[in-house]
Each structure stands twice: as C-alpha cells, then as structure tokens.
Ligand binder design. Structure first.
Ligand SMILES: NC(=O)c1ccc[n+]([C@@H]2O[C@H](COP(=O)([O-])OP(=O)(O)OC[C@H]3O[C@@H](n4cnc5c(N)ncnc54)[C@H](O)[C@@H]3O)[C@@H](O)[C@H]2O)c1
Ligand SMILES: O=P(O)(O)OC[C@@H](O)[C@@H](O)[C@H](O)[C@H](O)CO
Length: 510
C-alpha cells in the first residue's frame, strides 16, 4: 500500500494502539518479517532514538528473517523515558515510514523486544550487559554522548559527569555516562564469567570502534583497580567500527497520522526515513552477530575509506547546508538544496574540497555517489529540519569539515567551500539569528561557552579569533595555520557583508 507523501489530511479519529494484541489487524505486507513473540534478546542497544529504529533494527530483523538467531533487541534510552512510553504499550512494535517523491511505504518492525530507561533501572542495564545471552552491545548515543575530545580521542575526565562516575565507582553509585555504564556492565560480565561480547558503535564518528575502545580503556585506567578489567577487556571484547547511513529526521504528528490512516492503528513510535539505507561494518565480532550481510550490509576488514567518504561528503554537506540554510531562512534541507547558489556551493565542496582527500574504495563510483547525495537531500517528502542537523555543531565540525580542511591545506589546496561552511557555523553561533533577524536557538553542549567567547567580538576577525581559541573544537594545529585563519575570516566577512547569496557566489566563482 502506498500513499502520497505530500497529502494534507485532517487528524484521523482515535484508533486502537499498535501492539502484539492488534498486530493481526495489520495487512500482511506491513507486518514484521519475523514473529516478535518467538524472538529472544541477544542485543542491548544504548540510545534507542529514531535512527536505530529505522536502521540497525531493520537490518537485524531482516537478518533474523533470512538466517535465524536470537538477536532481538533491548532498547535502552538514556535521557528521558519518552521512547519507553511510546513503545512499551506497543510491545516494542513500531512503524518505519519511508518517504520519497513517489509516495510512502510503511513497515511494522518487531526486532525491539524489551525497553529500558537507564535513569530508572541502572542495575537492570548492568545485568543485561553481563548476561551470557547478550552477545552484542550497540550504540547510537550522539557525538556528545562519548564525552571525548575529538582532537585526541581521549575521555574528557574533567567532564563533571565523567568525574562523578569515576568518583562514585567505589561507592557503587550507578554510572550515568555511556562509557561508565559500559565499563560497569563489562565489570559485571567479567565477574559473572559470562564470556566475550562485542561493543559496536553506530554513531557518526570516524573510527568509532577504535574511539570507543580508547574511551573504555581510559575509564578503566582511571579506576583504582582497573588493570585486571583492562586485561579481561583486551582478551574478551571487540570494538568493530561501522559506517551507518540512512537519513532519519525527527518524527512529526503528521507522520503518526499518516501511519494511522495506512494501518488503521495508532502508533506513537513511528519513525520516518528515506528508502535508501547503507551499513558497512568491520567484521570483527567476539561472540557472533546477526547475518546482516543477508540484509544488504557490507561486512569488511576495513571501514575507514567508507567512513571518511560518508562523513565528509554526506555529513559535511549536510552541516554546510544546515548552517547556510538556517542563515538564509530555509527550514528544511530540501529547501536549502533547492537554492541554486547553496546547491552549487555544496557541489563544489564535494568535488573540489572533499573528493581529493578521500581514498575511494576500489570500484566505487564517487561521481555517482555525489549526485545521489544531492538527490537524497532534495527528497521533497523528507522534512529534515536544518535546525536538527545544526544541533551540536561543536561536536560535529571536526569529522565533517575540519578533517577535509586539514588534508586539503596539507596538499596545498584552498578548501574555500568547507571554510565557508565553518564560517556559516560561526555566524550562526555568534549571532543566533537568521539574515532576516529570526532568532535561531543554539543547541550545543558548548552553547554557554560559545556565547561567552563571542560576546564582545565586534568584527568577523574577532569572532574567528574567539572561536578558533577553543581547542575542544578546533584542536591546536588548524588555528595555528595562517591560511586556514585567513580563509575562514574572509568567508565570514563576505557572509556578514553580502549575506549567504553573496558568499556562495564568491566561493563558487573562486
Ligand atoms: N538520524 C539520522 O539521520 C542518523 C543517521 C546516521 C547516524 N545517526 C547517528 O545516530 C545518532 C542518534 O540519532 P537519532 O536520529 O536516533 O537521534 P534521537 O534524538 O532520536 O536519539 C538520540 C539518542 O541518543 C541518546 N542521547 C542523546 N544525548 C545523549 C548523551 N549525552 N548521552 C547518552 N545518550 C544520549 C538519547 O537518549 C537517544 O536515545 C546521531 O547522533 C548519529 O550519530 C543518525
Ligand atoms: O544525526 P546527527 O545529529 O549526528 O547528524 C544529522 C545528520 O547529518 C545525520 O543524521 C544524517 O542524516 C545521517 O548521517 C545520514 O546517514
């Protein structure tokens, strides 16, 4: 069944809630591909937001449908119990609604079998990570959830929550950071002699597996009795890296209404996405894994080239579209990419600044990939808000734009489009307003600091100076590079004087 994505309809009348009890009312073509009642839990997922439900849970259900295995998921939420409230009464069931210009398709997914709010049940989380039935712990906890310094990859021990987790270790106060929760679970697993396990990061971070391994090691190293645990982890735990891709905007009430019209049931856990999905996973698992390759994932020895390509081309373009788009007054990515000047800038960013920095995997058609990205960004039915992507810029710039800039400068090139992306972020965080004067909230773990350092900065040069003085965003090498400073300063001056239209015109023409 398909429905036009753009249809405007009134709110449907109340309907029964999606659950195991009502699942039989769902048309066969929309039902889960496995029997949820028969699926045991083998995966603990930290951060069951929209992305996990539209990506790994779908791959996992398809893998189990193709090859079997008790790979049901216990979804853990960290910061609020809203997902538990949405999915609990639905026995974990929810709908994935995929939109493109041709219409929408709906599929109920049954891979999530249990739910847990870590804030309320820390002991249950620890016990689950320690259970012999758990063979995989996966993560989508956002970039800021790692509490690391992107420049060095090290755990920020001065972070008050990390410090509190370390201080509370001896008193058995339950840890609240992700790394603390993982280490507590691994310590319990070691004590229970429950065997090896794999921790798989699925966040948009380069070398996400290696980063996670380093952070777990840093946390253990700060514990008074951490050496034995570190040795056990080295022998029993794997940390593969992965590149994940599927655009999953925040769900709107209209999406829930559309699913209700399609299924005849109310689903408070709907997630919306595009038809496209991709997953490249390092094949290094300690205790087995779902047969994700049967669901279309690529299992490989080296994820790095795919990660760099995706983070720099897709996410670098996304953030640039978000900051330029916000300043120019575009609410959604599709509106921003429909702006010819911004689209030309993003095309230049990809072709001129990013592609020469990449080690493109053999046989990979990068020109086609670039065009596909522009088409995906233009998906008119996917209402991906520029403000959502702009969030947490201090945590995203390093892997999305700064790596490209460093590599391009090292090769003697001038990455002007990438520097304009950085300048657009600077203008957004320093003014908190669009060109039309509309207030733009800055949602970022460093928001207070960003406001503080830019408060008295009266000129573009002073704003650049203030922000480049934040090593937690820019490290120390780039700010010391006069060419980088000059390019960003010039871009911010033009942006301030001639607006987004003038700045993209000048950047594309240069
Ligand atoms: N949405 C996408 O298009 C997409 C695509 C690829 C990868 N991702 C990755 O998935 C992550 C989550 O995206 P989403 O769409 O599910 O977002 P979401 O807002 O729906 O969910 C975010 C999840 O992260 C957890 N979280 C947030 N801040 C945290 C913190 N400080 N510590 C611990 N946990 C925290 C929340 O509890 C929640 O479960 C992204 O940050 C990105 O790394 C998302
Ligand atoms: O999810 P975030 O906040 O890390 O980033 C926002 C988007 O750029 C991102 O989610 C993309 O949609 C995604 O990476 C596509 O695979």
């Amino acid at each position: 069944m398909a429905a036009r994505g753009g249809d405007v309809m009134s709110t449907p009348a109340p309907a029964p809630r999606l659950s195991l009890g009502t699942l039989d009312a769902v048309e066969a073509g929309h039902r889960p591909r496995v029997d949820p009642r028969a699926l045991g839990v083998g995966v603990v997922h930290l951060g069951i937001g929209a992305f996990h439900r539209a990506h790994q849970a779908v791959y996992t259900e398809d893998a189990v449908a193709a090859a079997g295995g008790d790979w049901g998921i216990c979804g853990v939420t960290q910061r609020s119990r809203s997902v538990v409230e949405q999915l609990g009464p639905q026995d974990g069931l929810y709908t994935v609604l995929a939109h493109d210009a041709g219409g929408s398709s709906a599929r109920v997914v049954g891979a999530v079998r249990e739910l847990l709010f870590a804030g309320e049940e820390p002991g249950r989380l620890r016990a689950l990570i320690a259970a012999p039935t758990t063979r995989l712990v996966t993560l989508t906890v956002t970039e800021k959830g790692y509490r690391h310094d992107p420049a060095t990859g090290r755990l920020r021990r001065a972070d008050p929550d990390v410090a509190a987790d370390l201080d509370g270790w001896s008193t058995a106060r339950p840890p609240r950071t992700v790394v603390g929760q993982l280490v507590a679970g691994l310590a319990a697993r070691r004590a229970a002699d429950a065997g090896p396990v794999t921790l798989l990061s699925c966040d948009n971070l380069p070398a996400n597996g290696a980063v996670l391994r380093g952070l777990v090691g840093d946390f253990c190293a700060a514990l008074p009795d951490g050496d034995g645990l570190r040795e056990w982890i080295a022998a029993s735990v794997r940390f593969p890296s992965s590149m994940v891709d599927r655009i999953v905007p925040a769900t709107t009430p209209a999406d829930r209404d559309q699913v209700q019209r399609l299924l005849g049931l109310r689903d408070e856990g709907v997630v919306v996405t595009e038809p496209f999905r991709q997953w490249v996973v390092e094949d290094d698992f300690a205790a087995g894994r779902p047969a994700w390759e049967r669901a279309g994932a690529v299992l490989t020895a080296d994820v790095a080239p795919y990660e760099a390509m995706k983070l720099r081309l897709l996410n670098g373009s996304h953030s640039t579209l978000a900051y330029l788009g916000l300043l120019a007054g575009h609410e959604h990515v599709a509106d921003a990419v429909a702006d010819d000047g911004i689209a030309a800038l993003v095309d230049r960013l990809m072709a001129h600044d990013v592609v020469p920095t990449l080690a493109v995997p053999d046989g990979f058609d990068v020109a086609r990939y670039r065009q596909d990205l522009l088409d995906r960004f233009a998906n008119p039915a996917l209402h991906h808000r520029t403000l959502q992507i702009a969030m947490d810029g201090s945590q995203k710039l390093p892997q999305r734009l700064l790596g490209t800039i460093s590599d391009a400068l090292a090769a003697g090139r001038e990455p002007r489009a990438a520097c304009l992306g950085v300048a657009a972020w600077m203008r957004y965080v320093s003014t908190g307003r669009s060109e039309a004067g509309v207030a733009l909230p800055v949602d970022d773990p460093l928001a207070a600091r960003l406001g503080e350092v830019t408060a008295g900065a009266g000129s573009p040069a002073a704003v650049v100076d203030a922000l480049l003085g934040l090593p937690e965003v820019f490290g120390t090498d780039l700010p010391a590079d006069a060419r980088f400073r000059a390019l960003v300063e010039e871009a911010l001056e033009v942006l301030t004087r001639d607006g987004v239209a003038g700045a993209v015109r000048e950047s594309v023409a240069s």
